[in-house]
Design a protein around this ligand. Structure first.
Ligand SMILES: [Zn+2]
Length: 175
């Protein structure tokens, strides 16, 4: 398997991703001002006690969501998940993605081309060595979710590359 080009390719954050970050920031700010239909009471970000989280989450979930970890490609339980449903933040339960926008990216992580609502995530520019990426965090609890790239499919062209460990899948139940 040739993975060499993934590590040597220089990645920079495109204007398109910066624009996405700006619209997420604006949506989060708007949501904080006037929260309606957000699925319950809104709590300030970062309210979770790390000790409590360490007990509640699995070691992998804790490492990934709290310490910017990344699960091994193709190791996550939702990589090939095709069931219809909703992907929530594993830490706080915020609804983040739906199965409708999930696609096979071939990268080894669950991939989505859109988020349920832009106020659900905050993006953060990250620079590691020569590698620049846009980190994706839960807007509610600031859990690390993964990264977003601009090589996704239509209609958005985005690829939210998210760790399975950061997500909690809830299957749709028929009414
Ligand atoms: Zn969260």
């Amino acid at each position: 398997m040739n993975i060499l080009h993934y590590v040597t390719q220089k990645q920079e954050i495109s204007p398109k991703l910066k624009k996405l970050k700006a619209s997420c920031d604006a949506a989060v700010a708007e949501g904080a001002k006037d929260d309606e239909g957000g699925g319950g009471a809104k709590s300030p970000p970062g309210l979770y006690d790390k000790d409590e989280l360490q007990k509640r989450l699995s070691p992998a979930q804790f490492r990934i969501t709290q310490k910017l970890g990344t699960e091994k490609p193709f190791s996550g339980k939702y990589v090939h998940q095709k069931d219809e449903g909703q992907y929530n933040c594993v830490v706080c339960g915020t609804a983040l993605f739906t199965s409708d926008v999930k696609f096979e990216s071939g990268s080894g992580w669950p991939a989505f081309y859109d988020v349920i609502s832009k106020d659900r995530v905050v993006l953060k520019e990250e620079s590691l060595g020569g590698l620049q990426r846009m980190e994706v965090k839960c807007s509610e609890c600031r859990a690390h979710l993964g990264h977003v790239f601009d090589d996704g499919p239509k209609p958005t062209g985005f690829r939210f590359c998210v760790n399975s460990c950061s997500l909690d899948f809830k299957k749709h139940t028929t009414v």
